[in-house]
Design a binder for this molecule. Structure first.
Ligand code: 4AD
Length: 462
């Protein structure tokens, strides 16, 4: 009976020895009969041979149908995405030819498991491989077919790196003894302002899809110590940009009894550790090299720049604000200006000490300048902001004053306020947009490419 193997299997004990190509004298000792299953990635006819690239997950095997097998009806009408089983011997490649893992399966039998259609309905007709994600029309049409385009090389590669990256975060936090928790998605409090809330009717009560798990993470500090989560956050962003989604994966952490400087050090080392762990995966490393050949692990320490210095920098470079005027202290630095600054400086920047007026209600003021907060955005070349973080107000009365200033009813925040009653502490945390990190790592055009099924204004399918 043939041995079933994965397409990427290399263990000699399982696959046996490869038959030497062109070696008529080979006794066949150690050569095994192999059985594989997968979907057709590519079919090429050459002479009397049919070369089938069989795909299963990310792995590919070149298979050769020859002689009578290549003349069967099923072989002659074979098209991309047909699933099939092939049985035969693994051979070394003829000199000067190339195939994955330098081998090919010489079939003596094959069986169609489910044939894919040809003609107008053929996979290659419906979803051509070379799409341009920067053209909005093409990308909308292709996103309607995301369930099929995911079978293309690049989307599959991006999803693979994403999986490695998520695993790397779990490893990196475990190394630092930060505990994972899973806060709720259905909430009754806002975190990052009312304008991007998705509201819903919750058994007759108003509720929202969470914008950030931060407030919940803060409540875990007294019981679990430092905590993190990797959850979905939701923002009703009313604009279409390359870096805004309505649903994104938010990596958030909260650290207890720390000063601001330690928060900055931690953020920088988590990013570097996660990059190192990802590069340590050989497949992920190969994909990063392919799509972002110039990628370099960022060196520590990151450049640190105060918001007020960024305003001076923008003025010196004559980069205007959204109204077309010179930037002045108190301006929100808009996406375009932020990208220009980050691309020009061309290294990670930790932008700190934003004015209180443009930041969230919960941020702690700086001890040396009451106008600004102990806050940080991490900016990366090619994408801009990937992390937002801060120290949190931990004094009870200051928090009540912050609700008031922001026009927030403190009632639904009773549980958050209580933290300041029972053993408050200087603490801080941050949120990192996973899709934006992926855009930076793989030099993608937009965060939409970093999602399995992106959600943004106007798109909620498939
Ligand atoms: O700066 P933000 O809004 O910060 C917070 O939500 C904090 N409460 C997080 C915390 O301290 N625990 O968002 C943090 C990060 C941004 O830097 C960005 O990477 C990402 O979340 N992000 C988005 N990513 C994709 N689409 C959107 N609409 C995003 N909004 C924020």
């Amino acid at each position: 009976a043939p041995v079933s193997i994965d397409l990427a299997e290399t263990d000699a004990a399982k696959i046996g020895t490869l038959r030497k190509s062109g070696d008529k004298e080979h006794t066949g000792e150690g050569v095994k009969r192999i059985k594989v299953q997968g979907r057709v990635q590519r079919v090429a006819k050459q002479g009397g041979l049919i070369f089938v690239w069989l795909r299963r997950g990310m792995a590919i095997m070149q298979c050769v149908l020859a002689g009578d097998l290549a003349k069967t009806y099923d072989a002659l009408v074979l098209v991309r995405e047909t699933s099939m089983e092939i049985v035969g011997e693994l051979w070394e490649l003829p000199a000067g030819t190339h195939a994955p893992l330098n081998r090919e399966l010489h079939a003596d039998f094959f069986r169609i498991i489910a044939a894919a259609p040809g003609g107008d309905d053929a996979f290659v007709t419906r979803v051509p491989n070379d799409f341009d994600t920067t053209s909005s029309q093409a990308s909308e049409a292709l996103l309607n077919l995301r369930h099929l385009t995911l079978r293309h090389d690049k989307p599959a590669a991006v999803m693979f790196v994403r999986s490695v990256l998520e695993g790397a975060f779990h490893t990196a936090y475990r190394e630092l003894a930060v505990t994972k928790v899973s806060p709720p998605a259905l909430v009754q409090t806002q975190v990052e302002g009312g304008s991007t809330l998705f509201s819903l009717d919750y058994y007759g009560e108003p509720a929202y899809l969470t914008q950030s798990s931060q407030l919940y993470l803060e409540t875990c500090l007294p019981s679990l110590g430092d905590v993190y989560c990797v959850e979905k956050s939701f923002r009703a962003e009313k604009s279409l940009t390359r870096r805004h989604l309505s649903e994104y994966t938010h990596v958030e952490a909260e650290l207890d009894f720390i000063p601001f400087e330690s928060l900055l050090d931690h953020i920088e080392s988590i990013i570097c550790r996660v990059v190192d762990l990802t590069l340590a995966d050989p497949i992920a490393a190969k994909i990063i090299k392919e799509y972002n050949p110039d990628f370099e692990r960022p060196s520590q320490p990151f450049m640190r720049m105060r918001y007020s210095d960024a305003i001076d920098w923008l003025r010196a470079k004559d980069i205007k604000n959204e109204e077309g005027n010179d930037h002045t202290f108190g301006d929100d630095i808009a996406e375009a200006a932020e990208r220009r600054m980050t691309d020009e400086i061309n290294r990670p920047i930790m932008l700190t000490h934003f004015p209180a007026g443009i930041k969230a209600f919960y941020m702690q003021r700086a001890s040396d300048d009451d106008r600004v907060t102990e806050s940080v955005d991490v900016l990366m070349p090619g994408v801009g902001e990937i992390v937002g973080g801060s120290m949190r107000i931990w004094d009870h009365d200051q928090l009540l004053a912050a609700y008031k200033r922001e026009g927030l009813d403190p009632a639904p925040y009773y549980w958050y306020t209580d933290q300041r009653k029972y053993g408050g502490s200087p603490h801080g945390g941050y949120g990192l947009g996973l899709e934006r990190l992926i855009v930076w790592l793989l030099k993608l055009w937009t965060v939409r490419e970093a999602c399995l099924y992106p959600r943004y204004m106007g798109r909620c399918r498939p």
